[in-house]
Design a protein around this ligand. Sequence first.
Ligand code: NAD
Length: 292
Amino acid sequence: MSNILDGKVTSNQIKEELSQEVAALKASGKRPPHLAAVLVGNDGASLTYVGSKVRSCEKIGFDSTLIRLEDTVTQVELLETINKLNNYATLDGFIVQLPLPKHIDEEVVLHAINPDKDVDGFHPTNFGKMALGMETFIPATPFGIMELLRRYKLDISGKHAVVIGRSHIVGRPMSILLSNKGNPGNATVTLTHSRTQNLAEITKAADIVVSALGVPNFVTADMIKHNAIIIDVGITRVPDENHPKGYVITGDVAYDDVKDKASFITPVPGGVGPMTIAMLLQNTMLAYKRNS
Ligand code: NAD
């Protein structure tokens, strides 16, 4: 039976620490940190994510602004909105929720965000600093995973970590952070992706597996070694008519199959997801401190 890496409990601890910091700021007459989120269109999952980001801000005493734009918004109009947010002095950070409609070039939009306000850490300046091990805004999902490892005092130094998925927001930065100097860090990392051959042979040799591909129940017990640490980033809505919402959130890892073989495992939901939000708030606090 493995130990659960509880992202819900850990993220609540982080939020509690942040809310105490905000209370102290307010008590000394200072304004709280301010985060804005830009949401284009009505995608159900995006609405849920942005909603919980805004609610989390309110809960810990941050100011928050939600900017909703129609999915017919032009790229030029979106860039104008970003420009305004870039120049809004008492706004510390903002995010543009992905994915964007197909007629908008995501890269152009993300590159237009002022790196000092890019609390998602997607701008090349911030990504480059992360790769160099400099202080910066680290993308919230891999940052949350590193924080979970840190708070559970899991030593991954010198261990073999295998990351599944090479996206710019999860897999690639994850592979960099795991291999960076530091604690947690110093792992020997293999980054795998859709063209990887003999994936199961590679994951079987791993002390830690981070799965970020978005295929439900992809990682099974026969793909991992005994006592591996298993981090499940996947979030897929799988249709389920027995569920009131009509779907269930499913991770990349076949949890029931894997849980007895792993030493530590993140559940879905309640693992990496809540940590992502907590680290976005942490990045906003960092932006605030730099902006004050
Ligand atoms: P993505 O679609 O951008 O990337 C998926 C990656 O998986 C690609 O690099 C691809 O090469 C790789 N891949 C696909 N099939 C593969 C296979 N058979 N074997 C090996 N690699 C394969 O996805 P993403 O944005 O990185 O998200 C991945 C998952 O994580 C999704 O389910 C997403 O919803 C979830 N996610 C969760 C959080 C969170 O907060 N928990 C945050 C971001 C993304």
